[in-house]
Design a protein around this ligand. Structure first.
Ligand SMILES: N=c1c2ncn([C@@H]3O[C@H](COP(=O)(O)OP(=O)(O)OP(=O)(O)O)[C@@H](O)[C@H]3O)c2ncn1[C@@H]1O[C@H](COP(=O)(O)O)[C@@H](O)[C@H]1O
Length: 115
């Protein structure tokens, strides 16, 4: 699920991360942080997501770019865990995003050839 771009940099997409998290949620909590966190229940998962959000906000205001990147990765991971805990699929979120894009008409503009 890790891919490499043209410059050889390894990447994991958010979509792939949600798949990894969904898979690890079924693992033994003694070997998987994901399974251990999910076993604590949605309240703990939600609290963790809130903490990571605050950490990213603080880094954005006063931290170096590397810290913002690291805190964003933490936030995205914990968001993936929260979605798994609430059995929300990324496809459902993407459909909501598409509906919003449709409301602004930007989807039509993006696909229309330039004048
Ligand atoms: N992306 C992540 C990821 N980001 C952060 N973390 C963990 O999130 C935890 C939270 O960081 P904290 O500094 O708050 O740590 P902590 O105080 O020990 O955590 P708590 O006791 O408060 O829960 C750390 O233990 C990190 O290891 C992650 N754990 C897992 N993943 C991904 O999930 C996959 C599966 O992981 P396992 O479930 O552990 O197999 C991995 O291959 C990764 O791709």
């Amino acid at each position: 699920m890790t891919t490499q771009d043209k410059t050889g940099i390894s990447r994991v997409s958010f979509e792939d991360l949600t798949r990894i998290v969904a898979e690890r949620a079924k693992a033994d909590p003694s070997v998987s942080y994901t399974a251990k966190l999910m076993a604590k229940g949605v309240e703990v998962v939600a609290k963790k997501l809130g903490e990571e959000g605050v950490e990213l906000a603080l880094a954005a205001v006063a931290g170096p770019k590397e810290r913002v990147i690291a805190e964003t990765a933490d936030l995205l991971y914990h968001l993936a865990v929260l979605l798994a805990a609430r059995e929300v699929t990324l496809a459902e979120v993407e459909a909501e995003l598409a509906a919003r894009t449709g409301r602004t008409g930007l989807a039509e503009k993006a696909s229309r050839p330039t004048d």
